[in-house]
Write a protein that binds this ligand. Structure first.
Ligand code: ADP
Length: 217
Protein backbone atom coordinates (compact mmCIF):
# COMPACT_ATOMS: atom_id res chain seq x y z
CA UNK A 1 0.00 0.00 0.00
CA UNK A 2 1.33 3.41 -0.96
CA UNK A 3 -0.71 5.91 1.00
CA UNK A 4 -0.83 9.47 2.24
CA UNK A 5 -2.29 10.22 5.64
CA UNK A 6 -3.85 13.61 5.26
CA UNK A 7 -5.34 16.10 7.71
CA UNK A 8 -4.89 19.36 9.57
CA UNK A 9 -2.22 19.73 12.27
CA UNK A 10 -3.50 17.82 15.29
CA UNK A 11 -5.99 15.79 13.26
CA UNK A 12 -4.25 12.63 14.49
CA UNK A 13 -1.92 11.74 11.60
CA UNK A 14 0.86 10.54 13.90
CA UNK A 15 -1.53 8.64 16.16
CA UNK A 16 -3.14 6.81 13.23
CA UNK A 17 0.12 6.17 11.39
CA UNK A 18 1.87 4.53 14.32
CA UNK A 19 -1.08 2.18 14.77
CA UNK A 20 -1.47 1.47 11.03
CA UNK A 21 2.28 0.87 10.77
CA UNK A 22 2.07 -1.93 13.33
CA UNK A 23 -1.01 -3.49 11.78
CA UNK A 24 -0.04 -3.25 8.13
CA UNK A 25 3.73 -3.62 8.30
CA UNK A 26 4.32 -0.48 6.22
CA UNK A 27 7.07 2.11 6.68
CA UNK A 28 6.01 5.56 7.84
CA UNK A 29 7.77 8.69 6.60
CA UNK A 30 6.80 11.46 9.03
CA UNK A 31 8.21 14.77 7.84
CA UNK A 32 7.67 16.66 11.09
CA UNK A 33 9.46 13.93 13.10
CA UNK A 34 12.39 13.97 10.67
CA UNK A 35 12.69 17.76 10.97
CA UNK A 36 12.40 17.78 14.78
CA UNK A 37 15.04 15.06 15.05
CA UNK A 38 17.42 16.97 12.78
CA UNK A 39 16.87 20.18 14.79
CA UNK A 40 17.66 18.25 17.97
CA UNK A 41 20.87 16.88 16.39
CA UNK A 42 21.69 20.35 15.02
CA UNK A 43 22.55 18.72 11.66
CA UNK A 44 22.86 20.64 8.39
CA UNK A 45 19.19 19.86 7.69
CA UNK A 46 18.27 20.92 11.23
CA UNK A 47 19.93 24.32 10.76
CA UNK A 48 18.01 24.85 7.51
CA UNK A 49 14.55 23.98 8.87
CA UNK A 50 14.68 25.21 12.50
CA UNK A 51 13.18 28.66 12.07
CA UNK A 52 10.35 27.42 9.84
CA UNK A 53 9.35 24.63 12.19
CA UNK A 54 9.44 26.95 15.22
CA UNK A 55 7.10 29.42 13.54
CA UNK A 56 4.78 26.81 12.07
CA UNK A 57 5.69 27.94 8.56
CA UNK A 58 6.33 25.55 5.68
CA UNK A 59 9.89 24.43 5.05
CA UNK A 60 10.81 25.32 1.41
CA UNK A 61 9.66 22.69 -1.11
CA UNK A 62 13.16 21.93 -2.44
CA UNK A 63 14.41 21.01 1.04
CA UNK A 64 11.37 18.83 1.81
CA UNK A 65 11.49 17.08 -1.55
CA UNK A 66 15.18 16.14 -1.10
CA UNK A 67 14.35 14.58 2.27
CA UNK A 68 11.42 12.69 0.79
CA UNK A 69 13.47 11.27 -2.09
CA UNK A 70 16.19 10.15 0.29
CA UNK A 71 13.71 8.42 2.62
CA UNK A 72 11.76 6.77 -0.20
CA UNK A 73 14.96 5.36 -1.65
CA UNK A 74 15.58 3.55 1.66
CA UNK A 75 12.27 1.65 1.60
CA UNK A 76 12.83 -1.97 0.54
CA UNK A 77 11.35 -2.83 -2.87
CA UNK A 78 7.80 -4.10 -2.55
CA UNK A 79 7.25 -2.69 0.93
CA UNK A 80 4.34 -0.32 1.41
CA UNK A 81 4.58 3.12 2.97
CA UNK A 82 2.54 5.83 4.57
CA UNK A 83 3.44 9.49 4.08
CA UNK A 84 2.63 11.65 7.11
CA UNK A 85 3.01 15.40 6.56
CA UNK A 86 3.82 15.13 2.86
CA UNK A 87 2.70 16.56 0.48
CA UNK A 88 1.68 19.88 1.99
CA UNK A 89 1.66 21.98 -1.18
CA UNK A 90 0.54 21.45 -4.79
CA UNK A 91 4.17 21.72 -5.86
CA UNK A 92 5.14 18.87 -3.50
CA UNK A 93 2.22 16.79 -4.81
CA UNK A 94 3.35 17.36 -8.40
CA UNK A 95 6.85 16.20 -7.51
CA UNK A 96 5.49 13.12 -5.75
CA UNK A 97 3.45 12.24 -8.80
CA UNK A 98 6.63 12.05 -10.85
CA UNK A 99 8.15 9.57 -8.39
CA UNK A 100 5.40 7.16 -7.34
CA UNK A 101 1.73 6.36 -7.83
CA UNK A 102 -0.33 6.79 -4.65
CA UNK A 103 -3.04 4.13 -4.06
CA UNK A 104 -5.15 5.88 -1.45
CA UNK A 105 -5.51 9.01 0.66
CA UNK A 106 -6.43 8.40 4.29
CA UNK A 107 -8.15 11.62 5.26
CA UNK A 108 -8.74 12.68 8.85
CA UNK A 109 -11.53 15.17 9.14
CA UNK A 110 -11.58 17.01 12.47
CA UNK A 111 -13.28 20.33 13.34
CA UNK A 112 -11.03 23.30 14.25
CA UNK A 113 -12.32 23.60 17.84
CA UNK A 114 -11.27 20.03 18.57
CA UNK A 115 -7.88 20.58 16.94
CA UNK A 116 -7.03 23.64 19.01
CA UNK A 117 -8.05 21.94 22.23
CA UNK A 118 -6.12 18.78 21.36
CA UNK A 119 -2.92 20.48 20.27
CA UNK A 120 -2.66 22.64 23.35
CA UNK A 121 -2.91 19.55 25.60
CA UNK A 122 -0.75 17.24 23.45
CA UNK A 123 2.45 15.61 24.70
CA UNK A 124 5.09 13.75 22.66
CA UNK A 125 7.69 11.17 23.64
CA UNK A 126 11.19 12.57 23.28
CA UNK A 127 12.56 9.17 22.31
CA UNK A 128 10.00 7.46 20.05
CA UNK A 129 7.66 10.37 19.10
CA UNK A 130 4.55 8.54 20.36
CA UNK A 131 1.66 10.95 20.84
CA UNK A 132 -0.36 11.44 24.07
CA UNK A 133 -2.81 13.94 25.43
CA UNK A 134 -2.96 14.99 29.06
CA UNK A 135 -6.76 15.09 28.96
CA UNK A 136 -7.94 12.59 26.38
CA UNK A 137 -5.15 10.09 25.73
CA UNK A 138 -3.23 9.87 28.97
CA UNK A 139 -0.10 7.77 29.45
CA UNK A 140 -0.31 5.08 32.16
CA UNK A 141 2.35 6.90 34.21
CA UNK A 142 2.28 10.69 34.13
CA UNK A 143 5.07 12.19 32.01
CA UNK A 144 6.35 8.80 30.75
CA UNK A 145 5.84 7.03 27.44
CA UNK A 146 3.84 3.76 27.69
CA UNK A 147 5.87 2.22 24.88
CA UNK A 148 9.48 3.06 25.70
CA UNK A 149 9.45 4.87 29.06
CA UNK A 150 10.82 8.05 27.39
CA UNK A 151 10.10 11.52 28.77
CA UNK A 152 6.98 13.26 27.44
CA UNK A 153 7.28 16.91 26.40
CA UNK A 154 5.18 19.64 24.85
CA UNK A 155 6.26 20.58 21.31
CA UNK A 156 7.31 24.25 21.24
CA UNK A 157 5.05 24.77 18.19
CA UNK A 158 2.04 23.52 20.20
CA UNK A 159 1.37 26.97 21.67
CA UNK A 160 -1.71 28.92 20.73
CA UNK A 161 -0.03 31.52 18.47
CA UNK A 162 1.89 28.95 16.44
CA UNK A 163 -1.13 26.59 16.35
CA UNK A 164 -3.19 29.37 14.72
CA UNK A 165 -0.45 29.94 12.18
CA UNK A 166 -0.21 26.23 11.36
CA UNK A 167 -3.99 26.03 10.87
CA UNK A 168 -3.89 29.06 8.58
CA UNK A 169 -1.04 27.56 6.55
CA UNK A 170 -2.99 24.29 6.34
CA UNK A 171 -6.12 26.00 5.02
CA UNK A 172 -4.39 28.08 2.38
CA UNK A 173 -1.62 25.76 1.18
CA UNK A 174 -2.52 22.18 2.07
CA UNK A 175 -6.30 21.80 2.09
CA UNK A 176 -6.53 22.45 -1.69
CA UNK A 177 -4.77 19.10 -2.14
CA UNK A 178 -8.08 17.36 -1.35
CA UNK A 179 -9.52 18.76 -4.58
CA UNK A 180 -6.25 18.05 -6.41
CA UNK A 181 -6.38 14.33 -5.58
CA UNK A 182 -10.14 14.10 -6.16
CA UNK A 183 -9.64 15.43 -9.66
CA UNK A 184 -7.00 12.78 -10.24
CA UNK A 185 -9.46 10.11 -9.06
CA UNK A 186 -7.23 8.88 -6.27
CA UNK A 187 -9.47 6.94 -3.83
CA UNK A 188 -10.13 8.43 -0.38
CA UNK A 189 -10.91 6.78 2.93
CA UNK A 190 -12.28 9.44 5.27
CA UNK A 191 -12.39 9.20 9.05
CA UNK A 192 -14.55 11.84 10.72
CA UNK A 193 -13.99 12.83 14.35
CA UNK A 194 -17.01 14.39 16.04
CA UNK A 195 -16.04 14.54 19.65
CA UNK A 196 -13.01 15.62 21.65
CA UNK A 197 -12.75 12.40 23.62
CA UNK A 198 -13.27 9.84 20.82
CA UNK A 199 -10.58 7.20 21.40
CA UNK A 200 -8.48 6.43 18.31
CA UNK A 201 -8.72 2.61 18.45
CA UNK A 202 -12.22 2.08 16.98
CA UNK A 203 -11.57 4.71 14.30
CA UNK A 204 -8.26 3.14 13.33
CA UNK A 205 -9.93 -0.31 13.29
CA UNK A 206 -12.63 1.03 10.95
CA UNK A 207 -9.96 2.54 8.69
CA UNK A 208 -8.07 -0.76 8.58
CA UNK A 209 -11.28 -2.50 7.64
CA UNK A 210 -11.90 -0.03 4.81
CA UNK A 211 -8.30 -0.46 3.57
CA UNK A 212 -8.71 -4.25 3.51
CA UNK A 213 -12.06 -3.99 1.70
CA UNK A 214 -10.38 -1.90 -0.98
CA UNK A 215 -7.85 -4.69 -1.47
CA UNK A 216 -4.81 -2.43 -1.39
CA UNK A 217 -2.74 -4.19 1.24
P1 ADP B 1 1.57 19.07 12.39
O1 ADP B 1 1.19 18.66 13.77
O2 ADP B 1 1.48 20.56 12.20
O3 ADP B 1 0.91 18.26 11.30
P2 ADP B 1 4.25 18.06 11.68
O4 ADP B 1 4.96 17.36 12.79
O5 ADP B 1 3.76 17.22 10.54
O6 ADP B 1 3.11 18.88 12.39
O7 ADP B 1 5.18 19.22 11.07
C1 ADP B 1 5.82 20.16 11.90
C2 ADP B 1 6.44 21.27 11.07
O8 ADP B 1 7.40 20.72 10.14
C3 ADP B 1 5.46 22.04 10.19
O9 ADP B 1 4.82 23.08 10.90
C4 ADP B 1 6.44 22.59 9.12
O10 ADP B 1 7.20 23.67 9.62
C5 ADP B 1 7.38 21.44 8.91
N1 ADP B 1 6.92 20.52 7.84
C6 ADP B 1 6.52 19.22 8.00
N2 ADP B 1 6.17 18.67 6.81
C7 ADP B 1 6.35 19.62 5.88
C8 ADP B 1 6.17 19.69 4.45
N3 ADP B 1 5.71 18.63 3.75
N4 ADP B 1 6.47 20.86 3.82
C9 ADP B 1 6.93 21.91 4.49
N5 ADP B 1 7.12 21.94 5.82
C10 ADP B 1 6.84 20.82 6.52
Amino acid sequence: MKAIIFGAPGAGKGTYSSRLQNQLGVDVIAMGDIFRESVKQNSELGKKVKSYVEQGALVPDNVVVDVLKDRLSKIPAGKGFLLDGFPRTIEQANTLEGIVKIDVILQLDVPDEIIIERLSTRRICRDCSAVYNIRFLKPKVEGKCDKCGGELYQRPDDNIEVIKNRLQVYKTQTEPLIEYYKQKNVPFIVSVTKSLDSPPEPMVAKMLDDIKKMGIC
